[in-house]
Design a binder for this molecule. Structure first.
Ligand code: ATP
Length: 765
């Protein structure tokens, strides 16, 4: 059944060539118990390893069941070892971290025998060697003789045709040796057993054929006494493959034997994960807080459309964008484009656009207000009973139009407390906005006819009783030779019955926390003021005269390219133009705001830049800026933590490399049992996979624990509860990253493990 023809084997060490076997030809049949004797270095182990497929012969042929092995590939040898050979080693070569039963099952695990059959066969083999009740012990809990029996049981379990034993009694006392020899003799009744030994007495007592080797040559062969030849004429070899599950189990058991180290490795490599997870959790939380803030407070900030819109593109504020040298030494001046021109966009608010605005879904709006460029000519009766012209064109002294409520919502009552009086949107009037400490600036007080000194105080009634009147164009301007001049008889103008009374309707103050939404100016006027004024002024004499005139009727200046204002400007100023100069849209909530801005964007689609209408969304600008800063900080911190993640994957590589060194013998055992190189790789990849998974999960677990005190600290410092919050998706991604990095880290060591020579691996200690 087994035939060696002219087998040669030599080892090359540098320039030195050691001929281990010279032209060895032998044939073996079933039921033989062959003992190979010879001095140390005579080539006995080499012969056994060649027969067992652990070493390759250089020349000649090994014929098994009439099949030549000359063309065998690695995987054929692996399968051959698994199917046809059972090894019994002098130093047992059992895998220490798995049970006796699992050790015996290993060969069958590699050839894909189902678990129940595997277990049964292993138990049968153990029974055969008399160790059934020790099945669940670890190998190091057995005596030497028992361990050798386990090795024999392992060799028998897969039912191979050939048992190769290399000095099986070398490490045993004489009494145990006899028992082992009897066991092997028993086995040899229906298998070919080839045993290497130094002991001629054992050989003559038990073996039925003795071969003597000397310097790689067969010097004596007692000849085959066996008559029965194998009936098999073909060699059927079932390919081996270790399943991923088996690889995982094996590595898991191995890691369990070094729990402390595995935990420390995993902990060290999870530090990077913890860092990234905490950063993500915090940035998530802060981002969410910003969003909540935006939704709660900023979403009600108006979207404004003004005839001159600032292009709030921060890059354009950063100075010149040309390619010229900066800070030059030369003495030349370079003309550049007026940055003012590029920063501002003129919005041409047409009646078509106004109609478009009117069609915004009213359900999305809280309020909308229109402001006109028309100037209000307002007089006030001061506390000294004199009449003064109100100057509401100064900085801080300008007036805002009161947002006109839509759908019963009163945006003013949402934002402000009405301290005194009642707001009547539909009637002309003004509303006074006081500061959080009920303060009013001297400018505003002056507009209300009160000449104040700092620290003076007034009753609400003092304010509510202020008398202001709006003077229409026809009363205010007197025509004089085609030009118009303001009437300076303020007293008579004030008392004129055509003057429109502007009562102070109410005093209001921003609610706590709503300061951001409150007007920065102190006086609101109802929209009824502007509509009434425009209604009466559009047909006023001065407006008609201005429309027909080619010069400015107020100054006499002829309109041309160089004039300070255009004819349309003056008509607008006089209230002759019903087109608003600015529109403020107050969305209902965050989602409404998104819909409104989408609606406004849709208007610009496909339009030339000049025809586009640019709006300002202050809330979005504030949040995008804070969001950008948040993102930038997050990225920088993640980059730092990623470094520790990469360092930890190097560490995993080193740890796996150490594991490879430690498990070299196990690699040899697995290879002897028929494991392919690929299977060895699989075992170590499984180990890194377990470590990676564990360190990823450990990192996430520790992060979750750290989040608790972190949130408590943040809550104490800032009053914000539950800020740090790790998104489950981020947690999953981080575990995956940990897996991938550790597998990459373990890739080289696992390849090194797979490449190890099985014989060298078995020899290692
Ligand atoms: N991997 C190797 N590299 C180089 N030389 C080797 C290698 N393995 C064996 N040899 C040499 O081949 C020869 C035969 O070795 P082998 O191990 O087969 O002898 P042996 O008869 O089994 O010896 P022992 O009884 O001491 O185990 C020896 O001279 C040995 O030095």
């Amino acid at each position: 059944m087994l035939k060696l023809t002219s087998i040669r084997k030599s080892y090359k060490t540098g320039d030195f060539i050691q001929h281990a076997l010279h032209d060895v030809s032998l044939s073996f049949s079933k039921n033989e118990f062959v003992a190979v004797l010879g001095e140390s270095g005579s080539g006995k182990t080499t012969l056994l390893n060649i027969i067992g497929g652990l070493n390759r012969y250089d020349d000649g042929d090994l014929i098994i069941n009439n099949k030549s092995t000359k063309k065998f590939k690695d995987k054929d040898w692996d399968a051959y070892r698994n199917n046809c050979i059972g090894f019994v080693f002098q130093n047992y070569n059992l895998i220490p971290h798995i049970s006796v039963l699992s050790n015996i099952e290993m060969g069958m695990t590699l050839s894909g025998v189902s678990p129940s059959i595997r277990k049964q066969r292993a138990l049968d083999a153990l029974e055969q060697v008399g160790l059934k009740k020790h099945a669940h012990k670890k190998p190091n809990q057995l005596s030497g003789g028992q361990m050798q029996r386990v090795t024999i049981a392992r060799a028998l379990a897969n039912d191979p045709d050939i048992i190769l034993a290399d000095e099986p009694t070398g490490a045993l006392d004489s009494e145990t040796s006899v028992q082992i020899m009897e066991l092997i003799q028993q086995i040899a009744k229906d298998k070919l057993v080839i045993m290497v030994t130094h002991n001629p007495q054992l050989a003559t007592t038990y073996a039925n054929r003795i071969i003597h080797l000397k310097d790689g040559n067969v010097i004596k062969d007692s000849g085959s006494k066996s008559q029965s030849e194998s009936s098999k004429t073909t060699l059927e070899i079932k390919k081996t493959a270790m399943s991923y599950l088996s690889a995982l189990k094996l590595s898991f058991h191995n890691l369990c034997t070094k729990k402390g180290r595995t935990f420390l490795t995993s902990f060290a490599s999870s530090i990077g994960i913890i860092g990234i997870a905490l950063i993500l959790a915090l940035s998530n939380g802060f981002q969410r807080e910003i969003e909540v803030f935006e939704k709660d407070s900023l979403s009600q900030m108006p979207i404004t459309i003004t005839s001159q819109a600032m292009q709030l593109d921060f890059s354009s504020l950063g100075g010149s964008e040309n390619d010229n040298e900066t800070y030059p030494e030369n003495e030349r001046i370079i003309a550049s484009q007026n940055s003012h021109e590029s920063m501002f966009h003129t919005n041409n608010i047409t009646s078509e656009y106004l109609e478009y605005i009117e069609n915004i879904n009213q359900k999305d709006l809280n309020a909308i207000s229109y402001q006109y460029s028309a100037v209000f000519n307002i007089l006030v009766k001061t506390t000294d009973n004199t009449i003064e012209k109100v100057d509401n064109t100064q900085r801080h002294g300008t007036w805002d139009v009161l947002p006109n409520s839509i759908n019963d919502t009163n945006i003013i009552e949402d934002t402000y407390d009405v301290l005194s009086g009642t707001i009547k949107e539909d009637e002309p009037g003004i509303i006074v906005v006081v500061g959080s400490s009920n303060d009013l600036s001297d400018i505003t007080l002056q507009q209300l006819g009160i000449h104040s000194e700092e620290g003076a105080s007034y009753t609400f009634d003092d304010i509510l009783n202020s008398e202001l009147k709006l003077i229409t164009n026809d009363n205010y301007y007197i025509e004089y030779n085609g030009n118009f001049v303001p009437d300076n008889q303020l007293e008579s103008l004030f008392n004129n019955q055509n003057s429109i009374s502007l009562p102070v309707q109410a005093i209001i103050r921003a609610k706590e926390g709503k300061e951001l939404l409150s007007s920065s100016n102190s006086i609101y006027y109802t929209e009824a003021v502007s509509t009434l004024l425009i209604e009466t002024n559009k047909d006023s004499k001065i407006v008609i005269a201005q429309k027909e005139s080619s010069y400015n009727v107020l100054t006499g200046e002829i309109f041309n390219e160089n004039s300070s204002s255009t004819k349309d400007d003056v008509i607008g100023y006089l209230g002759g133009d019903a087109t608003p100069s600015s529109i403020s849209i107050y969305p209902k909530d965050f989602d409404s705001k998104t819909r409104v801005t989408e609606y406004l964007d849709a208007y610009n689609e496909g339009k030339e830049t000049v025809d586009q209408i640019v709006y300002t969304d202050m809330a979005a600008l504030i949040t995008s800026l804070s969001g950008d800063i948040m993102n930038a900080i997050t990225y920088v911190l993640i980059a730092f933590s990623a470094i520790s993640l990469i360092v930890s994957s190097f560490m995993i590589g080193i740890i796996i490399y150490i594991s490879v060194l430690e498990r070299t013998k196990e690699i040899g055992i697995l290879r002897a049992l028929g494991a392919r190189k690929k299977d060895i790789r699989r075992v170590f990849n499984a180990e890194t996979l377990i470590v990676g998974l564990f360190s990823g999960c450990l990192g996430i677990g520790i992060t979750q624990l750290l989040i608790l005190p972190i949130n408590m600290i943040i809550e104490r410092v800032s009053g914000l509860g539950n800020v740090a919050n790790l998104h489950p998706l981020h947690a999953l991604i981080l575990v995956m990253i940990s897996l991938v990095l550790t597998v990459i880290g373990g890739y080289i060591p696992s390849r090194m493990a797979a490449k190890k020579d099985p014989v060298d691996a078995l020899r290692s200690e």
